[in-house]
Design a protein around this ligand. Structure first.
Ligand code: NDP
Length: 435
């Protein structure tokens, strides 16, 4: 806390990891001697820059842009770009730190980074978004590269924004390289990248349920968010026989006891992306649903929960409510959606609980596969990629079992993910000595 004043999210993320790592390294002298955890918790570098752009009325606007390059011990820096008014150095440092562990867990050679801006895309015209993205890349281009740092999308940055940024990078450098992932299929994108995070979080959930001899058939699922991750998580739950009863956005949640079917999910996707609409309008479109303003969905009884919106959206009291209502498994599609108090509630209740760094790694895994395809200058088939995503999520689940098994009937997935991710990066750092 003293080292990082005014950075609560970053301190929270490091604290959560340190709780597990201290136990693991207690008898491992070299990790202490080389100060590995401390070095991982100090980003390699933080780049902060001005992003100046002109709105449709001709006003000059000034925003702040960042790239936090946390660690490249096992591969080029990699992590998303977020455009949201809540973006600040603390949020991006926590995300870059988490990304380092997540990327290691995928088994692919990727370091950890995160970037973004406090730019708010809501209510902006497409031309304003384009001008902003171009201005953002006009500075960022000198810090990234296919073998240096490969950003991707995140909150507020989808395929359209990636297209604007990729176009600007290409224009400035006169190079066509895989500098960004999440690209359109026409110019080097990968099949199943949009689906990968949400699908992956559900595969992880299914892997956890299987350890108890269960699956998703007939299970009631509560999901938060209504963006890329939430809608694809909902889609996979439905495909695997579960019933999704909620979605949300920053204004509240919708409860649809009849179930949010594929048809309704398609409506939400079009409504949120093409029309930039609000989730409250779902209740106008579908009579079976009700909208609950200013609330999160955790009070709705369920068997499984998937927080897929943002950090700290599920607090200690929410976790207690979920457990009380009989929820047996939580798989985090978002990054650090559960606060520390909530994490402890899930751990104490010994329910199946997968932290984002394990459960939502499917997105960055397929981004890693997009990088491989770009290097090879070819596109892999959808069936190949679907199988790789399934295998990678199963592999991450196995790593969590290896390092997180507490007893015959309980696995601490947080501990498992933290230690497995740490060990890989730490061993690479040890090999390099003090650098
Ligand atoms: P989107 O921008 O597509 O969707 C974000 C969703 O979360 C929207 O429904 C949004 O509502 C809601 N939301 C955002 N901020 C808040 C807030 N402060 N309070 C309540 N709701 C909020 O983003 P993604 O779906 O891509 O990302 C969601 C989460 O998943 C993030 O934590 C992200 O870091 C994580 N993630 C994403 C990956 C990806 O591949 N996209 C990969 C791994 C993790 P509204 O429209 O009202 O803002």
């Amino acid at each position: 806390k003293k080292r990082n004043p005014g950075q609560p999210e970053f301190v929270q993320a490091v604290q959560e990891v340190a709780e597990d790592i201290f136990g693991f390294i207690a008898d491992k002298e070299e990790y202490h001697e080389y100060q590995i955890l401390r070095r991982m918790a100090e980003p390699d570098r933080i780049i902060s820059f001005r992003v100046c752009w002109e709105d449709d009325k001709g006003n000059i606007r000034v925003q702040r842009g960042y790239r936090v390059q946390n660690n490249n011990a096992i591969g080029p820096y990699k992590g998303g770009i977020r455009f949201h008014p809540s973006v600040n150095e603390s949020v991006l440092k926590f995300l870059a730190f988490e990304q380092t562990f997540k990327n290691a867990l995928t088994g692919l050679p990727m370091g950890g980074a995160k970037g973004g801006s406090n730019f708010n895309p809501k209510g902006k015209s497409i031309h304003e978004i384009m001008r902003f993205c171009q201005s953002f890349m006009t500075e960022l281009y000198r810090h990234v590269g296919a073998d240096v740092d490969v950003p991707a999308g995140d909150i507020g940055v989808g395929a359209r924004e990636i297209g604007f940024m990729f176009g600007q990078y290409k224009r400035i450098t006169n190079q066509f390289t895989g500098v960004l992932t999440g690209k359109g299929l026409e110019y080097g994108g990968s099949l199943i990248r949009p689906e990968a995070t949400g699908y992956g979080a559900v595969y992880f959930l299914a892997n956890m349920l299987a350890t108890k001899g269960q699956d998703l058939t007939g299970k009631i699922a509560v999901i938060s968010g209504s963006g890329n991750v939430a809608t694809h998580a909902a889609e996979k739950v439905v495909q695997l026989g579960g019933k999704v009863v909620t979605l949300s956005d920053s204004e509240g949640f919708v409860h649809d006891p009849d179930g949010i079917t594929q048809e309704k999910i398609d409506w939400v996707k079009a409504h949120k992306t093409k029309r930039r609409g609000r989730i409250s309008e779902y209740a106008d479109a579908f009579a079976s649903a009700s909208f609950h303003a200013g609330k999160t969905p955790w009070g709705v009884p369920c068997d499984v929960a998937l927080p897929c919106a943002t950090q700290n959206e599920l607090l200690g009291e929410d976790a207690r409510t979920l457990v009380r209502n009989g929820c047996i498994a939580v798989s985090e599609g978002a990054n650090m959606p559960t606060d520390l108090a909530g994490v402890h509630v899930f751990k104490d209740a010994r329910i199946l609980y997968a932290p984002g760094k394990a459960a939502n790694a499917g997105g960055v895994a397929v981004s890693g596969l997009e990088m491989s395809q770009n290097s090879e200058r070819r596109s892999w088939k959808e069936s190949e990629l679907q199988q790789l995503l399934l295998d990678i999520m199963e592999g991450i689940h196995k790593s969590c079992l290896t390092y997180g098994r507490v007893s015959d009937d309980y696995v601490d997935y947080v501990k498992g993910a933290n230690i497995a991710g740490f060990k890989k990066v730490a061993d690479a750092m040890l090999a390099y000595g003090v650098v």
